[in-house]
Design a binder for this molecule. Structure first.
Ligand SMILES: Cc1cc2nc3c(=O)[nH]c(=O)nc-3n(C[C@H](O)[C@H](O)[C@H](O)COP(=O)(O)OP(=O)(O)OC[C@H]3O[C@@H](n4cnc5c(N)ncnc54)[C@H](O)[C@@H]3O)c2cc1C
Length: 228
């Protein structure tokens, strides 16, 4: 497993080099890290039987590797170990409402990762990777819930994708047409921010009354999500 050095700029390969809207590109590895840590759902693009599939799936990262998992029967995961994949993670931060429709846009943080994933067969790494994946979505839940049985582990594929070949784009701030002739039209322009928060817990109706809410879940209510 390769470990990208923190602080080392992101790679610029034929696939990751920004062409258009370059000013939104970042080569700062800490931006990649922050985008990946802020989320837990990615879109996995992979070719299966000559068909391109883009599958939404949960992931976890340790800063060097992106882990994703699924049933051993999952077609996208079966194809992935031999196939190049492209994974994207996107956070929408707001709508950019310009004077002209042409200049409308989105404030966002997004990452794309390219590579050929590795099927994790080492039991220790599989355990650590699955823990990482669970903890990324819900910190504290791995130790709270029952952990996977031998049978459940055997039914689960875990794939590891290196973060060596990755790109980042970030847009923030006001519309770009404030200094154009459209600014004289007297139209409102600006940003409509989008903020995500975790809501109130909804206990399972089957829950016995004596079961208390664990602090790691109670404390999550109202907390902002996706770094928004
Ligand atoms: C929520 C959202 C909405 C968007 N809506 C539009 C839209 O409506 N129209 C539009 O033109 N663009 C939009 N973009 C920007 C879009 O993702 C591309 O960056 C842009 O269109 C340039 O595409 P391209 O194929 O010319 O990229 P190129 O610059 O040719 O891409 C070269 C390489 O740059 C990297 N790269 C490109 N885009 C991204 C990205 N978003 N994140 C990380 N790495 C990237 C990849 O490694 C890619 O292989 C949107 C982005 C987001 C996140």
């Amino acid at each position: 497993m390769s470990h990208p050095t923190p602080g080392r700029p992101l790679s610029q390969t034929d696939r990751t080099r920004h062409q258009r809207l370059r000013e939104q590109g970042s080569l700062d590895r800490s931006d990649l890290d922050a985008i990946l840590k802020a989320g837990f759902v990615c879109h996995l693009g992979v070719t299966v039987d000559s068909n391109l599939l883009v599958i939404p799936t949960v992931y976890g990262t340790d800063g060097a590797t992106l882990y994703f998992h699924g049933s051993v029967a999952s077609r996208s995961l079966v194809a992935s170990p031999d196939a190049s994949v492209c994974v994207t993670v996107t956070h929408v931060d707001g709508l950019v409402l310009a004077r002209s429709v042409f200049e409308h846009g989105v404030n966002y943080r997004s990452a794309m990762i390219f590579g050929i994933p590795r099927l994790v067969t080492d039991p220790e790494e599989k355990w650590t990777g699955l823990r990482c994946l669970t903890e990324q979505a819900t910190p504290g839940q791995w130790d709270y819930a029952r952990q996977p049985s031998r049978k459940e582990l055997a039914a689960t594929s875990l794939l590891a994708l290196s973060l060596d070949e990755a790109s980042v784009k970030i847009r923030s701030g006001a519309p770009d047409d404030g200094d154009t002739s459209d600014a004289e039209r007297g139209l409102w322009a600006g940003v409509l921010p989008l903020q995500a928060h975790w809501g109130d817990l909804e206990p399972d109706p089957a829950l016995s009354a004596h079961i208390k809410t664990p602090p790691h879940l109670a404390n999550r209510q109202g907390v902002s999500a996706f770094g928004s």
